[in-house]
Design a protein around this ligand. Structure first.
Ligand code: SF4
Length: 357
């Protein structure tokens, strides 16, 4: 049983982050925010997969203008990622954004910071301060000689102090690095030093393989220690790639139930049907199923039925055919071309049954 670190809750639209609330799944759009159609399409797809919060880069007035148009077509809160331009931050807040990501030490004079903080305060918009190991302040980098957890904490303290001096506490913090070990150290220290919710992430994690490995190691470790209030697993390309990895990680750690488990044998010389195409199609299908069910797809009828008997629904292949197995009982023999459709049907039935209670 994981004992979650208690943090100061912040409200982000309809979501409460921190405290004893669940770990919020988030992602970031790869579309230009001003391309409303593309941005809405990405958000709706992410929502269907289980994403609860989405960030988008807001870099100019065209992006700001898109915020209300996007908001009215989607159902999850939106975060504006802003760098350096305090006027864009204020405009984004006034346009209805639910949270901003901005480092107050990077937007110039105290007067600028005060204006942003006042806008956020009056619109109940929290601010995430994002510390990245690769962009620490010059003096901090020189002091420590390289990116370190201590340097990241020192940088965060400066930015946090600016907000706290203005009586603003709706703060979320992140401490990202492409080095997973550094991420672990920085977040562990941050959990001791700050009362604010932590946004977990490994930055520039790369492709699906490298990102899944680095993020599962670092963020899984932290989640297991009870650290983290929201999580993004960043993967190069379309954000739809991120959500299944996050959900499997949260499920593996024991922080999320309603995620299907897909079991597939590695295949070997006994396989006599096209198992991979079925596995690939069912994997995509399961991404929008929000139920705690296990599905097994096994390559042969020799070992398959035995290994699949603990799954809710399974296929054990034969020669261009397969046995459909429900909770260990063989119920049907299916030709290859019917397997995907039948499996989908069974999965939907199981998911509905679970939903009904
Ligand atoms: Fe090979 Fe059958 Fe095991 Fe798959 S289930 S790896 S096909 S023996």
């Amino acid at each position: 049983m994981i004992k979650r670190t208690q943090t100061r809750p912040v409200q982000i639209g309809s979501l409460t982050m921190g405290g004893s609330n669940h770990v919020i799944i988030q992602s970031m759009l790869s579309s230009r925010t001003s391309d409303v159609e593309a941005s809405v399409a990405q958000i709706l797809e992410l929502e269907a997969m289980g994403c609860e919060l989405v960030r988008m880069a807001v870099i100019d007035e065209a992006d700001v203008k898109a915020i209300p148009q996007i908001k009215k077509q989607v159902h999850i809160p939106l975060v504006a990622d802003i760098h350096f331009d305090y006027r864009i931050a204020i405009m984004a807040v006034e346009a209805g954004i639910d949270k901003i990501r901005l480092n107050p030490g990077n937007i110039g004079s105290r007067e600028n910071v005060e204006k942003v903080v006042e806008a956020c305060r009056s619109h109940h918009v929290p601010i995430r301060i994002g510390i990245n190991s690769g962009s620490l302040e010059k003096d901090i980098h020189e002091k420590y000689g390289k990116p370190t957890a201590a340097g990241m904490i020192e940088s965060a303290k400066r930015h946090v102090q600016i907000l706290e001096d203005l009586g603003f506490y709706d703060i979320v913090l992140s401490f990202k690095s492409s080095d997973p070990k550094l991420c672990i150290e920085a977040y562990q220290e941050a959990a001791k030093q700050f009362p604010y919710p932590l946004h977990l992430g490994v930055t520039e994690a790369g492709t699906i393989t490298s990102s899944a490995i680095k993020s599962s190691y670092a963020l899984g470790y932290l989640l297991h220690e009870g650290i983290g209030d929201t999580i993004r697993i960043s993967v190069n390309g379309h954000p739809r790639k991120e959500i299944p990895i996050v959900k499997q990680l949260l499920k593996s750690v024991g922080l999320l139930d309603n995620v299907p488990n897909l079991i597939a044998c590695p295949t070997c010389g006994r396989t006599q049907w096209d198992i991979s195409s079925v596995v690939d199609e069912i994997e995509v299908f399961l991404q929008t199923i929000h139920a705690d069910i296990s599905v097994a797809i096994m390559g042969c009828a020799v070992n398959g039925p035995g290994e699949a008997k603990h799954a809710d629904i399974a296929i054990a292949g034969g020669k261009q055919e397969g046995l459909l197995i429900k909770r260990g009982v063989i119920v049907e023999k299916l030709p290859q071309e019917q397997m995907v459709a039948r499996l989908k049907e069974e999965i939907l039935t199981l998911a509905k049954l679970q939903e009904a209670g």
